[in-house]
Write a protein that binds this ligand. Sequence first.
Ligand code: NAX
Length: 324
Amino acid sequence: MKPPVRIAITGGAGQIAYSLIFRIASGEMLGPDQPVILHLLEVPAALKALKGVLLELEDCGYPLLQNVVMTDDTNLTFIDVDYALLVGAAPRGPDMERSDLLKVNGEIFKVQGKALNEFASRDVKVLVVGNPANTNAYIAISAAPDLNPKQFTAMMRLDHHRAIAQLAAKTGAEITAVKNIIIWGNHSATQYPDISHATVNGQPAKSLVDQDWIVNEFIPTVQQRGTEVIKARGKSSAASAAFAALSLMRDWAMGTEQWVSTAIVSDGSYGIAKDLVYSFPVTIKNGEMSIVQDLEIDEFSRSCLQASQRELEQERDTIADLLH
Ligand code: NAX
C-alpha cells in the first residue's frame, strides 16, 4: 500500500462537500490504491452537522480512508496537507453588494492562504472553489509568499463541462467526441466559453453550428447555467461542482494531454495582465500546468477575453486593501 496523502476540504458540512468527501474517500480522486486522510474544516456553528458527515463516513467503511481530522481551526486543517480544496465561503446575503461579498470572503481566503503558507506540505496543490473563486485564489496566493503561485488554481472546470455538454447535445455527438473547448476569464457571467478551436469527432466545431447559435444560445446558456440550476433546484450546483473539482484534481495529480480550462496566475499569455487569476486552456504533465500557446484569437474572442479581464481587475481593486 502507498503511504496516505492528506487532503483538506473546507466547508465540510456544505452541500458541495457532501458530494465531494464521499467520492474522495472512495478513491475517485486519486485512484483505488491511494489511501487518504481527510482534514475537514467548518465554522463552529456547523461542527455539529460536520459530525453527522463523519458518522456517515464511518458507516461507509471505505478501505482507503485512514483517518479524518474534523476541526474549526484553520491552522490545524492545513498541517502537512498535500491537497487543499477550498470550498467553504460565506454566501451572499440579501442586502449584500458583490463588493461586500468580495471583502467578506477575501478575509477568509487571506487567513487560509497564510495557514497554507505556514503549515501545508511544500508541494501542496490548492483548488479554490468558493466564490468569487478567481479573486479568492488571488488573495490566498498573495497571503502565501513561500508557496509558488502555480500551486493554486480556481475552479472553471464546471463551466468547461457545461460547455462540452451543450456542444455535444447540439451536434448530437458523444461527450468524448468534443475536444478543445475553452473557458476564458472569470468564473462569473463574463466568462467566455469559446468553441473557436474545438472539434467534434475531429471536425471543426464552427463548421457544424452557426454563429447565431454560438452568440445567442451557447455562450449565454453556459454563462447563466448556474443561475438556471438555482432557479430549478432552489439551491446552487452541488453534485456537478463536486464532480468538476474531482476531475480537475485528478488531472492535476495524474496529468492530461486534453485541454482543460482552469484559472491560474496569468504569465501574460494572450495579453492577459500578469498575476490575475484567469482561466486559460491548459495541459498538465508531472503536476505542472502549461497554458496552450499560439492560438489564433479573432476580434470577437479578443473583446470577450478583455471584458472578463476588466471585471477581474475591478475585483482586484475592490480587495486591494486586504493584501497588506
Ligand atoms: P454551502 O453554503 O452549502 O456550504 C458552504 C459551507 O462553508 C457551509 O457549511 C459554511 O458553514 C462553510 N464555511 C463558511 N465559511 C467558512 C470558513 N471560513 N471556513 C470553513 N468553512 C466555512 O455552499 P456550497 O453549495 O457547498 O458552495 C460552496 C461554494 O462554492 C460557494 O461559495 C459557491 O458559490 C461556490 N461554487 C463555486 C463553483 C465554481 O465553479 N467555482 C460552482 C458551484 C458553487 O456555486
